[in-house]
Design a protein around this ligand. Structure first.
Ligand code: AMP
Length: 242
């Protein structure tokens, strides 16, 4: 239920009004970002979300929130996540099906970290067909495994916004705190060299076939994800404006 608008500050109301006016001219877009851990999906998503007025649905973030809140979903997902293995298809398909109904997804969405198996991709297509839509573009964040360990082990995250930092490549202004809100940053439990190994194995074995699945539908664009974030943003922008 929406908050009583009389209790919302004028500045917040005006900001939201301006956002909606800007968004009314944007076309609907349904996107999937695919790539191994550390390929930059989480860095680009908040930028794409704001620019194109889409909702950002990251199954990893949703699962981590469920684990932290100890919900039945979180209890089921915890063990696989800690080992760097995938949780069952049914669990993630269910959370995406529900999330797609959010009003913020009205103009479309960015799926980040989903689908990660061909079964998930097929189920997603079924869900979208029922809603009378389909995936418009799949951005494949292609990058060599060798680069990922340093990216992952130095990564710090601001959980509520999804903003990411890196101790060496993109440090926050003050160590351990988010530049915008001043809130504390966290390091993910699975961002270790050891867990990364199984996460990469899962990516190559279970997720790479998803890229082939969508390539057959002619919706995949390769992004050179080893480039600097600004250059990656430019590639993304080019793809989305074509
Ligand atoms: P991520 O934040 O995308 O790296 O995801 C963190 C962990 O959550 C993964 O290593 C998996 O254990 C789990 N996970 C996230 N998304 C999915 C998915 N679509 N299918 C299965 N497991 C997932």
């Amino acid at each position: 239920m929406a908050a009583n608008l009389e209790d919302v500050s004028s500045i917040d109301l005006m900001t939201e009004l301006l956002r909606r006016m800007k968004c009314s001219s944007k076309r609907d877009e349904r996107l999937i970002l695919v790539g191994p851990p550390g390929s930059g999906k989480g860095t680009q998503s908040p930028l794409i979300k704001d620019e194109y007025c889409l909702c950002h649905l990251a199954t990893g973030d949703m699962l981590r929130a469920a684990v932290a809140a100890k919900t039945p979903l979180g209890v089921k997902a915890k063990e696989a996540m800690e080992k760097g293995e995938l949780v069952s298809d049914d669990l993630v398909v269910g959370i995406i099906d529900e999330a797609l109904n959010k009003p913020s997804c009205q103009k479309g969405f960015i799926l980040d970290g989903f689908p990660r198996t061909v079964v998930q991709a097929q189920k997603l297509d079924e869900m979208l067909e029922k809603r009378g839509t389909k995936i418009d573009k799949v951005l494949n964040f292609a990058i060599d495994d060798a680069i990922l360990e340093e990216r992952i082990t130095g990564r710090w995250i601001h959980p509520s916004s999804g903003r990411t930092y890196h101790t060496k490549f993109a440090p926050p202004k003050a160590p351990g705190v988010d530049d915008v809100t001043g809130e504390p940053l966290i390091q993910r439990k699975d961002d270790t060299a050891a867990v990364l190994k199984s996460r990469l194995e899962a990516f190559h074995r279970q997720t790479e076939p998803v890229i082939d699945y969508y390539a057959k539908k002619n919706v995949v664009t390769n992004i050179q994800a080893e480039k600097q974030p600004m250059e990656v943003s430019e590639q993304v922008h080019k793809t989305l404006s074509s």
